[in-house]
Design a protein around this ligand. Structure first.
Ligand SMILES: *Cc1c(COP(=O)(O)O)cnc(C)c1O
Length: 364
């Protein structure tokens, strides 16, 4: 790995600057990709054999490629932030690298070394830095590193060839309603993660399993789905792609503990730190839907929010299922929710002191 040098092939036909600027003026999440991609190849018995920056383009794939049949796929989500002086930064990339390794281990894919992961972000930004929007309106460049089983073989076993790729897409705010609380659909008929399953891995299959419930949520005016534990449907786990926090009237905060079925959100971990920094009591423990229902109805729970890289911190106004409605859709974002959000985005955009050294510079 130490001698794995990136080979760079520039896109000879990049999007003209004026068209790129049009996209950066009003980016739509995931709709437009930058001019380049990173492609690294791994082979069994050889390890990581190549690392390249290539023009963005389709993957030529054999129909028998393992990923298309048995779902050996994992991904990450991380952002590049432009600061006022024009420099480009990212947030806790080593944490994403380690989580990609955790996901790789669970899904029997090769681990991308932490240095290769961080270097891949730098390499992409070196050629596509102009795609990182100006720091207004919460605009960022969303980076999507992912790994797939790329062996052409229908036998059922861990693939002997894998690819690690990085693509990127400029984004604005994830939910367009500003800090307006969203409604969450409670999945009563589907689970996303079972004991010893893949809930801790950031793998496409977990998302595929969540989409039926998400459709149900959309039909009922909800933007996201909350999943309960698969065994007893009693404990709150998380949303399809975000972790949850509950703020109590007496000032303490609670979030579901990481018991193996919940994705280890890096935003969750950062928010836990920011909460503890403020001297607020934070409980990581099991939380039942019954407790949340009673707490919201009695006023014991005063704020609920979800967090993840894409949407940062999003206030939740109400929970709905086919059986009940908890809370009110027209509530305002809570005070702690708003202030944690301002602090976290301030650190990311370089306007609030980065006292935990979370930022890593990608380009000057
Ligand atoms: C990615 C993801 C999150 C959020 O993780 P961050 O590191 O904060 O972006 C939460 N839950 C699930 C299921 C996820 O896939």
């Amino acid at each position: 790995m130490a001698d794995l040098e990136f080979k760079i092939t520039r896109n000879s036909n990049p999007l003209p600057a004026a068209e790129r600027q049009q996209i950066l003026d009003a980016p739509v999440f995931g709709a437009n990709l930058t001019d380049h991609q990173v492609v690294c190849v791994w082979e069994k018995d050889k390890g990581w054999v190549s690392a390249e920056v290539l023009p963005y383009g389709p993957i030529m794939m054999d129909p028998s490629a393992a990923v298309l049949h048995y779902g050996q796929e994992i991904f990450e989500g991380i952002k590049a932030y432009r600061h006022q002086d024009g420099s480009i930064w990212t947030f806790r990339p080593e944490a994403n690298a380690k989580r990609l390794q955790l996901s790789a281990h669970r899904m029997a894919l090769p681990e991308v070394p932490v240095e290769l992961f961080v270097e891949s972000l730098k390499q992409l930004i070196a050629v596509d830095g102009a795609w990182v929007p100006e720091p207004v309106n919460e605009k960022t460049l969303y980076i999507r590193p992912f790994e797939i089983a790329a062996e052409n073989f229908l036998g059922v076993r861990a693939a002997h060839r894998a690819e690690y790729r990085v693509i990127a897409s400029p984004v604005g705010p994830y939910f367009t309603g500003g800090l307006k609380p969203v409604s969450i659909w409670i999945a009563l008929d589907s689970s996303r993660a079972g004991k010893h399953g893949t809930g801790e891995a950031k793998t496409g299959g977990n998302y595929a399993a969540s989409l039926l419930a998400q459709n149900e949520g959309y039909e009922n005016g909800c933007s996201q789905v909350m999943f309960l534990d698969a065994e007893s449907s009693t404990y709150i786990e998380e949303l399809g792609g975000m972790n949850l926090f509950f703020v109590y009237k007496d000032g303490h905060v609670a979030t579901p503990s990481l018991d193996g079925t919940i994705l280890r959100g890096i935003t969750r971990d950062s928010v836990c730190t920011l909460i503890r920094d403020r001297g607020i009591n934070l409980e990581e423990r099991k939380i039942t839907l019954d407790e949340v229902r009673a707490g919201i109805n009695s006023g014991e729970i005063v704020e609920v929010f979800a967090c993840g890289t894409a949407a940062v911190i999003t206030p939740i106004g109400q929970f709905k299922s086919r059986e009940e409605t908890i809370g009110a859709a027209d509530s305002d974002a809570g005070e702690l929710t708003a202030s944690l959000r301002a602090e976290l985005t301030g650190i990311q955009y370089g306007t609030v002191a980065d006292r935990h050294n979370w930022l890593v510079k990608l380009a000057d």
